[in-house]
Design a protein around this ligand. Structure first.
Ligand code: FES
Length: 516
């Protein structure tokens, strides 16, 4: 029993996303030869494949290169709300970018929603696309004025919104804003169909194909794989790989930070009234429904924190479990998962030319957990860039906007944050004796005078790695909930024995011999 008297069955032992578990995706070979294409898209998530599809539809020869399995990053682990209500943003955007640009942000996302809806209509997809109202709410009286300011901006910019004193859910709110006519869906069922359409148009996909962080742009763009050194020669390259695979002096490592968030899928005891909810308070709480094998589930998300900086990561799941149990009663929790996403200095994604002078390599990143809609918007901007067509949203999202934006100060502060993580990891003196680890436990230990990461598996074998991240040398920390070594600087993640799970790192952590 939990404190409210509701029976809870507990969390699954291992993380698994509801979306991944309920979809079968095609597999693709690793690239094993030199190839040519009009466009190479690096990153096989929702942004990469949607961009590839739009370009293939225009008759271009497009290849998608994915470092792992397609749709296995943020796309497979999202809460999949298809909405233009991205938290408390419109008032902030109006202040920073002006009313016209804040309105443009809304319109761009609204067009993205319509694109997704039309795609589903065309293909009659079984992707659970469902019309829902979206709500942001606060339980804290001190945050009421922020919500009121947000609604004033909605009214000024003619964004549909309505003040609510009560929610359909029994949450004791101080106030809420409803944005009607939004959607939720099953992101991987949707993307499965879109992938098939891309392939039908002659598109190519390679999995387990990591692209080196160097690119030759002197003539046609030449990319190179890290294993086997195969070359991809193309006219344009698109980085849709979360953290850009190639920096090109764009300083992306200093202009993005990484945030992790968590979700559980709950079989509730009480009927869910519909709607998609997001609190503006800390810790964040997010709710939406989903159906699974004919049964209704509720996805409860939140507990955002900077990667590598949380409390024990398992505790985040427990907090969500407790919240769900109190609110809805939790008969069972069949799935739990987490994801990480990149956040830009001014909260607005970077979409466009990698650097001001770059006209052959484009990037989309920093979606701040709103990748479902923003990916469709980004795909259109990027496709128009490649096709050299005008796009009315291109300037707003340009990665080079900082010349005219006062965020330079934030850049310095953010950069200092990375430097702080870099130094803090190096002088961290908490060390554990590896012999004291139980099965499934990990700790930072001292090995031959060096900081090392030790993990004891269920069979009692000790695995030891050098904790220096192979991207730019920060120190990784143990993520207990996901059983991974995570880097706080730019979000690289490694398995317990050091293999790369998520970039920007390409090389594994150095393995150490515990007996040395
Ligand atoms: Fe950049 Fe670790 S130093 S991800």
């Amino acid at each position: 029993m939990n404190e409210s008297g509701n029976l809870m069955q507990g969390l699954p032992q291992y993380p698994e996303s509801l979306w991944r578990a309920t979809s079968e995706l095609p597999s693709f070979d690793r690239l094993a030869e030199d190839i040519q294409a009009d466009v190479a898209v690096v990153g096989g998530g929702i942004t990469g494949i949607t961009t590839a599809y739009l370009l293939a539809k225009e008759g271009m020869d497009v290849v998608v290169l994915e470092a792992g399995k397609i749709l296995n990053g943020a796309t497979g682990f999202t809460t999949a709300k298809v909405t233009a209500q991205h938290g408390l943003i419109y008032h902030e955007f109006e202040k920073h970018f002006g009313a016209e640009n804040a309105r443009k942000y809304y319109e761009g996302n609204r067009e993205a929603i319509e694109f997704i809806r039309d795609m589903v209509g065309e293909e009659e997809q079984e992707c659970g696309l469902k019309l829902e109202d979206a709500y942001i709410y606060t339980e804290d009286e001190r945050s009421l004025s922020k919500l009121e300011d947000e609604l004033k901006t909605y009214e000024k910019l003619s964004i549909p919104g309505e003040w609510m004193d009560k929610l359909p859910l029994p949450i004791p709110i101080q106030g809420a804003i409803k944005m009607p006519g939004q959607y939720q869906f099953h992101p991987l069922q949707y993307m499965k169909r879109l992938t098939e359409r891309f392939l039908k148009l002659g598109g190519r996909i390679y999995e387990y194909t990591t692209i080196d962080e160097q690119a030759d742009t002197s003539g046609p763009v030449i990319l190179q794989t890290t294993r086997g050194n195969h070359k991809i020669t193309c006219n344009f390259a698109v980085s849709a790989s979360h953290f850009p695979f190639y920096d090109g002096k764009g300083m992306y490592f200093a202009r993005l930070h990484v945030e992790r968030s968590y979700a559980i899928a709950v079989k509730p005891e009480t009927a869910y009234p519909g709607g998609m909810y997001l609190s503006i308070d800390q810790p964040v709480r997010s709710l939406r429904s989903a159906s699974y094998q004919g049964e209704d589930l509720v996805i409860v998300g939140g507990e955002n924190h900077k990667t590598g900086k949380g409390i024990s990561t398992y505790k985040h799941y427990e907090n969500l479990e407790l919240f769900a149990g109190k609110l809805l009663g939790a008969k069972e929790i069949p799935y739990r998962w987490s994801t990480q996403d990149l956040v830009t200095l001014d909260q607005l994604p970077y979409i466009g030319s990698l650097t001001p002078n770059e006209d052959k390599i484009f990037v989309a990143t920093g979606f701040r957990k709103w990748g479902m809609t923003t990916s469709a918007l980004a795909a259109h901007i990027l496709a128009d860039k490649v096709l050299q067509r005008k796009n009315r949203y291109a300037q707003l999202f340009s990665p080079s906007r900082f010349k005219v934006d006062p965020s330079l100060k934030t850049l310095v502060v953010q950069n200092a944050g990375v430097v702080k993580d870099f130094i803090a990891g190096k002088v961290d003196l908490k060390h554990t004796d590896p012999s004291k680890l139980g099965p499934g436990e990990a700790a930072i230990v001292r090995h031959n005078g060096q900081r090392a990461g030790a993990f004891k598996d269920e069979a009692g074998n000790l695995h030891m790695v050098d904790t220096t991240c192979t991207h730019m040398g920060c120190e990784v920390e143990w993520n207990e909930g996901e059983r991974s070594w995570d880097c706080p600087c730019h979000g690289s993640r490694y398995t317990f024995d050091g293999e790369v799970l998520e970039g920007p790192a390409i090389e594994p952590l150095k393995k150490l011999n515990p007996d040395d």
